[in-house]
Design a protein around this ligand. Sequence first.
Ligand SMILES: [Fe+2]
Ligand SMILES: [Fe+2]
Length: 176
Amino acid sequence: MTQTDIPRPESGDVVELIIDDHRLFERLMHQVRDETQDRAGLRSMLSNILVAHAEAEEKYVYPGLVKTDAIEGEDAEHSEHEHHEINEALLGLLEVEDTASEDFGDAVEALTKALTHHLYEEEREILNPARTDVDTATKAELGEKFAAERSRLLDADCGSVDNVRTLVEAAKAEDD
Ligand SMILES: [Fe+2]
Ligand SMILES: [Fe+2]
């Protein structure tokens, strides 16, 4: 897989678009564990899509779901906090120079843990109520906004080490 293989949907049910990305993350995590793969290429792809996905969720999906009362504001905040933890683990991975090193494997493991936990919780606590409590037209509208923002961020190289570092520092300042 290469950067150009990242799907760029323009519309769809927001729950399905998010789930498709979650499955893509799992495939990429699986590949990046494989020492025979182009780990540096996979890592930058993973970084771009993880950041674009999470930022687009925070900007449009969570506020939209809070507005329709599908989720509470604190569910959104909790999820955003988990995105911060993922970004920290991601930064740790991006900062490893030698992709064949033990450190690289350890950083992949830390990211796997943070990400697996979040995907599980988001699917359970956020996407389930979105499935049942939000009408089809709203899910399509949120899907379109999510897809457009995700695409814009992918084009802006949002997963660069500099941008991920900026996001991690901003989140730390926010928590203080
Ligand atoms: Fe997600
Ligand atoms: Fe998320």
